[in-house]
Design a protein around this ligand. Structure first.
Ligand code: ADP
Length: 278
């Protein structure tokens, strides 16, 4: 096993004609390394090049230049079987049941029918769709469709799971369930690459990130070190007024600790919402 599950070097992709700057330069020579066992967040505004990078990783699109290695090798149909993929807006046949859809995916990955059936049941169970497995997808909610997507992306037990905006369109509870499923995948030793716009999701979930901007990597690395997590501590004070806060900060300063008021504390809205609704 290589140390990096994905290694991208000087990757360039033009749409249209790449000659003399004509066409759109979607990826402008990016370098990226995804460590084994990480939950890697690919971030960036719309049009930054995230989907283009994912398409190249999956072998659905070809770069104009540069190197893209997955498991230390160039992407091939054989290698594709070790990768699971959840597109941003998965489309499923509405007349199939969740079970039939996931079993079909397993069969397309080369599993024998009987193995595919038991793997599909297990994958649906793991995403919490055990009871709804035999209902038609047309009757599923958006959150359930996204979970079927995760089940079909993982039914063949891939080593790398690529998720394009996994929580897009989900309510906070659906998003929290999706986050739990992603943590579970990591717990099973898989590597997860996910694109996301939801910063709170990335902050609590990802171990590593790369921020893409206009086809270039603006920043990348381990999230703890990028956010200086080891150096800073947030102290939550309940019932302290202005005078007490000043005394506490003066005391901290006297110990050589720099204290800054971080604003009024409280429960994050997302957490509160989940507590009240759950
Ligand atoms: P993101 O996923 O970060 O929103 P994309 O990879 O979809 O970004 O797009 C990067 C750039 O490439 C954008 O300027 C987009 O308009 C352009 N682009 C993406 N796909 C195509 C395509 N098939 N043809 C032409 N331009 C494209």
């Amino acid at each position: 096993m290589p140390q990096y599950i994905i290694e991208i070097k000087e990757l360039r992709k033009y749409y249209g004609s790449g000659i003399r700057g004509l066409g759109i330069l979607a990826l402008d020579g990016i370098d990226l390394q995804v460590p084994e066992g990480s939950i890697f967040g690919l971030l960036g505004p719309n049009g930054a090049g995230k989907s283009t990078a994912i398409k190249i990783l999956l072998g659905l699109s070809r770069q104009n230049s540069g190197l893209c290695l997955v498991f230390g090798k160039k992407v091939s149909p054989q290698l594709r079987k070790r990768i699971g993929y959840l597109p941003e807006a998965p489309y499923f046949y509405k007349f199939l049941t969740g079970f039939e859809m996931v079993r079909l995916s397993a069969e397309l990955c080369g599993m024998a029918r009987r193995d595919a059936a038991s793997a599909a049941r297990r994958a649906l169970e793991l995403v919490g769709l055990g009871d709804a497995a035999d209902r038609r997808i047309g009757l599923y909610s958006k959150g359930m469709v996204q979970r079927v997507g995760l089940a079909q992306a993982t039914v063949h037990n891939p080593d790398l799971v690529i998720l394009d905006e996994p929580a897009s369109g989900l309510d906070p509870i659906g998003a929290a369930d999706m986050a739990d499923s992603i943590r579970r995948l990591r717990g099973e030793g898989k590597t997860v690459l996910m694109s996301s716009h939801i910063m709170s999701e990335v902050e609590s979930l990802c171990t590593d990130v790369a921020i893409l901007s206009q086809g270039k990597i603006a920043a990348s690395g381990n999230l703890d070190s990028l956010l200086e997590r080891g150096k800073r501590t947030i102290l939550e004070l309940d019932g302290a007024d202005g005078d007490k806060i000043k005394k506490i900060s003066d005391y901290a300063e006297s110990m050589g600790v720099s204290a800054k008021a971080a604003g009024k504390g409280g429960i994050p809205l997302e957490k509160y919402f989940r507590k009240v609704v759950r």
